[in-house]
Design a protein around this ligand. Structure first.
Ligand code: IVH
Length: 713
């Protein structure tokens, strides 16, 4: 879009250029393309038209072909189509990745110290000058190993079984904390921990709860799940970070762990800053006592302290036993659980009308903060755990973040406890509460319920939605109360004069808000879909929907995006007529979400929301066309259906892998289906496939066909 004419002019003279200028141009192209990739993959807000992207990429490719010294392993030319390649490859670790022995008390640490001294032939009272430890916080994440060659990141792998891990290089490249290049042409192998920050964990789980998906138990699980994806775009959409603690490199002068940590820092690797060196074992014990409480206030989860003999020569002399070094151990903090009483269970009405039972408890301190509320998710969960009003319960924090009622303490019951019942009527508007056949959620079906409307409009204008800067809760609630906004489109119809009537607004502030409203008129389709607040549809599904829509009904080149004759209006018309089954072709959408989508789009009341938005001039950003399916892949001409849970792929990853291999993905099994990929807990689709005699693949079989191999097991 922006780089058009200049880029074209420069491209024309490429061949005549001296290598210096070529290098500069290549660097410039890399920068432009990297930015475009980021916007496309990570922010879902493509800025560069597809043809333009291709042209610039070709230009870079030509330059690299012409001057091989310009070929860099991390060049966008190497990354294109690197997106979904199929199953994760394997990497053999040159130096095995070890695990650690554990210590659960100060005394076990003292025994560790005694063993170390004995192993080194030191007396029990050896001075610190003869033996000292480094204490590091133990990060609860996923161990990774990265290889650099001449200062460039070339490969990254998970720990796996310690000898062989999974190649997650493209996924690691999406993590900002991992340097793509080092400040010097060093070739170290470094190891550390990829983790999901607590806030990101909370964000993703809140989204999953709203969408009715199973929650991740802790940041570790969700971090691992996010990294072991086939599609790096999924990794990129989850903000992961990393700390490093191991340097596998012979460098002069780096003769101990504390110096290795400094060297890692100098090379640009983030090192957890709270480590301490020069400690004897009592110093280590004091260190962990000091961190027992404050660790809960760190933005990442820690589950212990790793103690390491500082000097490498001593480490070598101590060696290892059964895959764990004798020179290090991990002290594990006990998970903190406390007891408190449930004073009441109160149903809250959420944005989509869902009634969520929330436990109100006697305030209690756990894992660093005072807790008095905890979601009990839904009525089934309350019954399954047998939690009653008045019960004493065990409380902990899931992943150190989200308060969770673990179980009741029936032995403390007095007989006064009461069962919780969902109210028959919405506690806010009195409309009878509905529970759909077979569904777990109870909800208020009244679209005009004030509890729903307030939250829906707040969500619509907010960060997860149209992102109208300055339209916070105070502004939105005033606009609703005063009837200035009755429909979503009304936000875009407000004038500066209207806005000046709001409390504490003057001309300047009204103009600012007005300007940010105008900017919010054009948003990526995924944002608009998410802003609609369709039940069971969270941010990830909205992203998947938008991609699927752009692939199914691509806009014509001259088609306007907005207005009654624009692409947005056309897509809306199509969606209204779509039978529920068809929605299952969207990555990750199963029968329940598909029904919810079909209902939402065909319901005249909600359909009016879309007409109103079109009328208000809302329009999606023109989507970047998707990479076409490979037309000579191992699955070209084949139609596959995916069902159940696969270990190495999430739904979207599996579907992307199929498309990358040239195959088509369908939502339901029919005679036209070539293969059903069935993971754990495959249900009706498996039965249907067997009935129709459709070939069923397990995960290994799936990997084989992706790789172009034969089907038979
Ligand atoms: S050292 C032989 N240092 O804990 C050295 N590990 O339970 C082994 N971990 O697999 C690793 N923080 O994933 C080390 N500061 C730290 C660590 C750490 C977290 C993890 C790592 C390891 C596991 C062992």
């Amino acid at each position: 879009m922006t780089n058009g004419p200049d880029a074209a002019d420069e491209a024309a003279v490429t061949t005549a250029r001296a290598p210096d200028e070529s290098a500069a141009r290549a660097a410039e192209l890399r920068q432009i393309l990297e930015r475009a990739n980021r916007l496309y993959y990570q922010e879902d807000a493509p800025e560069l038209a597809d043809a333009e992207y291709d042209r610039l990429l070709r230009e870079l490719q030509d330059l690299e072909d012409q001057y091989p010294d310009l070929q860099l392993p991390d060049s966008p030319t190497q990354r294109v189509g690197a997106a979904p390649v199929g199953a994760l490859g394997e990497v053999t670790h040159q130096t095995p990745m070890l695990s650690l022995s554990n210590a659960f008390s100060a005394d076990e640490l003292r025994s560790f110290d005694a063993r170390v001294k004995k192993g080194l032939g030191l007396p029990p009272d050896a001075p610190q000058s003869d033996l000292s430890y480094v204490a590091e916080l133990k990060i609860d994440g996923l161990a990774i190993s990265l290889r650099y060659e001449r200062g460039r990141f070339v490969q990254g792998a998970t720990r796996g079984d310690g000898t062989t891990g999974e190649d997650v290089t493209p996924n690691l490249r999406t993590i900002e904390a991992i340097p793509e290049r080092l400040p010097e042409p060093a070739g170290p192998e470094v190891r550390g921990e990829v983790f999901m920050p607590k806030t990101e964990f909370a964000r993703i789980n809140a989204e999953r709860e709203e969408a009715g998906l199973a929650l991740y138990a802790n940041p570790r699980n969700s971090g691992a799940g996010s990294l072991r994806q086939i599609d790096p775009a999924v990794t990129a959409s989850r903000r992961l970070s990393a700390w490093f603690y191991t340097l596998v490199e012979e460098s002069p002068g780096i003769d101990r762990q504390s110096k290795a940590l400094d060297r890692l820092t100098a090379l640009g690797f983030p090192v957890e800053p709270n480590h301490e060196a020069g400690l004897d074992i009592e110093g280590v014990i004091a260190f962990l006592e000091r961190w027992r409480e404050p660790r809960h206030h760190l933005p990442y989860e820690t589950d212990g302290v790793v103690v390491k003999v500082d000097r490498f020569d001593q480490q070598r002399r101590l060696g290892m036993v059964s895959r764990a070094p004798r020179w290090a151990t991990a002290y594990k903090f006990p998970p903190e659980q406390v007891e408190t009483r449930i004073e009441d269970i109160v149903p809250y009405v959420g944005r989509t009308g869902t009634l969520t039972p929330v436990a109100h408890m006697t305030p209690v301190k756990v894992a660093g903060s005072t807790v008095e509320r905890a979601t009990l998710h839904n009525l089934d969960e309350v019954r399954r755990k047998d939690i009653r009003i008045g019960d004493w319960v065990v409380l902990q924090k899931a992943g150190d973040v989200i308060p969770e009622v673990v179980r009741p303490l029936p032995e403390r019951r007095t007989g006064e406890e009461r069962l919780f019942e969902m109210p028959a009527a919405c506690p806010v508007c009195g409309t009878p509460v509905v529970r759909d056949e077979g569904a777990v959620r109870h909800y208020c079906p009244n679209l005009a319920c004030p509890a729903r409307v307030g939250q829906e409009f707040g969500h619509f204008a907010g960060r997860g939605g149209m992102d109208i800067e300055g339209a916070g809760w105070m502004v939105v609630s005033q606009l609703l109360e005063r009837g200035m906004v009755r429909k979503r489109g009304d936000f875009f119809r407000l004038s500066v004069d209207d806005l000046m009537t709001l409390d504490r607004f003057a001309r300047k502030s009204a103009e600012n808000l007005h300007a940010s409203i105008q900017r919010a008129r054009t948003r990526p389709l995924a944002r608009i879909v998410n802003a609609l607040g369709i039940p069971q549809v969270g941010e990830q599904t909205a992203i998947d929907m938008a991609r699927w829509i752009a692939g199914k009904w691509p806009p014509a080149e001259d088609e306007p995006m907005g207005g009654p004759d624009g692409w947005f209006a056309r897509v809306v018309r199509e969606l209204r007529q779509l039978p529920p089954d068809e929605f299952q072709a969207v990555a990750g959408v199963g029968p329940t979400v598909a029904t919810s989508l079909e209902r939402w789009f065909s319901d005249p009341a909600t359909a009016g929301i879309l007409d109103d938005l079109v009328d208000a001039g809302v329009e999606p950003v023109r989507p970047a066309p998707r990479a076409a399916a490979a037309d000579d892949g191992p699955l070209t001409g084949k139609t596959l259906v995916v069902t159940g849970t696969l270990e190495g792929f999430d739904r979207q990853g599996a579907e992307e892998a199929i498309r990358a291999a040239g195959g088509k993905v369908a939502g339901s099994v029919s005679r036209k289906t070539d293969y059903l990929v069935a993971g754990e807990k495959a249900g009706t689709k498996l039965a249907k496939a067997q009935e129709l005699g459709v070939e069923v693949l397990d995960e290994d079989g799936f990997r084989r066909v992706l790789a172009g191999g034969a089907v038979e097991s």
